[in-house]
Write a protein that binds this ligand. Structure first.
Ligand SMILES: O=C(O)CCC(=O)C(=O)O
Ligand SMILES: [Fe+2]
Length: 483
């Protein structure tokens, strides 16, 4: 039986041309079918290796000491244990994916999983599901092939993103709403662990009409997305909806891989028939991201930092990045215990060792895990700490967050491989209300945003305690006097 795992990419370069300071790769491809753990497993198809190599040699001659270093010019795939770490001191080459300068990390070489269009409980899908769980536990991240439709939608979304971020600052700044956290976040506005990030973002929250009863009832974070134009809305919503379908398939695979009953995880999203009937559904949202080049910042953020280290909040994060490179993750480790819904994981270990650079690979998405996946699986799967560094060129990325219902009060799963609760845990576990976790995180990230100010000024936060906000699919009875 063969599971759908492949590696993507073209040969990098021959051993004879290895630079003296060749960077060692951390191979994470231990279960890839033989032959595919080739040293060249990581290059995106559009990378012209020979040209880059020529450029490198030319540049070295011009600047003999110290040699310029292309972090991605890596020839050795080793065992799954990282054997050495790269520090990019010199400027990376202007082509191909490179690790941002000034960072220290090993470089991942991830196998690429292919997700079937429909996840039936076949033996091969079960094997695939178990391999995905094993990869999450080993690497904290998986890489999945984009379908031709996803490639098209992703390209369209990236083009729309570039058009949006190229707008004049005042046009972008007008895309804000004081009820939802949707819309524009300027470079230097988002805060991670109390320090400004340089990322420039357009957030796509659930897009509620102003007449929606939840908006009229002033539920925290519920409101419209302030789109700049219909064109951007259409492109982004198509891509987001398609990633929502991918998210559902992944949720089903995670259930299978964990050995829990069908729907055990999906029911927190409101994906089941009852949730759908009640207008439930996950609090799925997305971020369209631009990172300025490190020498093109506005002085408001932390030098060289795109986004500080953090974990994301929900279940799964499906991301696409362009060819520039900037994402780093931490692998799961028994020594590191994060539980972001209890105590902030923002900023943790940011300056320490142990980071893994995730090089862009054309035609793929990556998937990492969020806080609620960790909580629901009693730490069997853990949220993936990650951060983004600024590179020498601007970088564009797209992150889709597949989330529980805003109204879900989650309780850990049981059965399969889920660890049994300790006596203490069974007594004290009151569950986690996802809407409260999400609201806390957005207040923390955007302390000065009009949305935060209105939310607090109007006492909206207190509504999070209400029964209707804690019951998946419940809709408020609108009190006209409060509108
Ligand atoms: O830029 C990326 O690849 C990741 C962005 C990210 O971590 C986020 O939007 O939360
Ligand atoms: Fe993130």
């Amino acid at each position: 039986m063969k599971i759908s795992v492949r590696t993507t990419g073209l040969p990098l370069c021959r051993a004879a041309t290895l630079p003296a300071r060749a960077v060692r790769l951390m191979s994470t491809a231990s279960h890839v079918p033989s032959g595919s753990s080739s040293p060249m497993a990581m290059m995106p198809p559009r990378f012209n290796a020979q040209a880059a190599q020529t450029t490198r040699l030319r540049v070295q001659q011009q600047h003999p000491s110290p040699p310029r270093l292309a972090a991605s010019s890596t020839q050795h795939v080793t065992s799954s244990q990282p054997t050495s770490t790269t520090t990019t001191k010199a400027e990376p080459l202007p082509t191909g994916p490179t690790m941002p300068p000034g960072y220290t990390a090993t470089t991942a070489s991830l196998p690429t999983f292919t997700i079937p269009p429909v996840v039936t409980p076949s033996p091969s899908n079960l094997l695939l599901a178990q391999s995905i769980i094993a990869a999450f536990r080993r690497d904290g991240i998986i890489q999945i092939a984009q379908s031709p439709l996803q490639q098209k939608l992703c390209a369209e979304a990236m083009a729309a993103s570039k058009r949006f971020f190229a707008l004049p600052p005042e046009k972008k700044a007008a895309c804000v709403d004081d009820r939802s956290y949707g819309g524009y976040i300027a470079s230097g506005e988002e805060v991670t662990d109390g320090i400004a990030d340089y990322s420039e973002i357009f957030t796509i929250t659930r897009d509620h009409d102003v007449d929606d009863p939840r908006v009229r009832a002033r539920w925290p974070c519920h409101g419209p997305v302030p789109w700049p134009d219909v064109g951007m809305r259409e492109v982004m919503m198509r891509y987001k909806a398609e990633l929502g379908e991918e998210g559902k398939r992944l949720v089903r695979l995670v259930e299978m891989g964990l050995g829990v009953e069908e729907g055990e995880l999906g029911r927190w999203i409101g994906d089941g028939a009852e949730g759908q009937r009640q207008g439930g559904g996950g609090w799925h949202h997305a971020r369209v991201l631009r990172f300025p080049p490190r020498n093109g910042t506005n002085g408001k953020g932390k030098e060289g930092r795109g986004i500080g280290s953090h974990t994301d909040y929900g279940l799964l994060v499906i991301s696409a990045q362009d060819e520039v490179g900037g994402l780093f993750i931490r692998r799961p480790s028994r020594e590191e215990k994060f539980a972001n819904w209890e105590r902030s994981a923002a900023g943790l270990r940011e300056e320490e060792g142990g980071w893994v650079f995730v090089p862009p690979v054309g035609g793929t998405h990556t998937v990492i895990l969020g806080d609620m996946m960790q909580y629901l699986t009693r730490n069997y799967l853990t949220a993936t700490p990650h951060k983004v560094g600024l590179n020498t060129r601007e970088r564009f990325a797209f992150a889709y967050f597949h989330e529980p219902s805003f109204q879900a009060v989650l309780k850990p799963l049981s059965g399969g491989v889920i660890p049994k609760p300790t006596e203490e845990e069974s007594k004290n576990d009151e569950g986690v209300h996802y809407g409260t976790h999400f609201t806390n995180m957005f207040i923390r990230n955007y302390p000065d945003r009009i949305t935060t100010k209105r939310l607090l000024a109007e006492g909206r936060y207190g509504l999070l305690e209400r029964e209707e906000l804690r019951t998946i699919g419940a809709v408020p009875a609108v009190d006209e006097s409060s509108v």
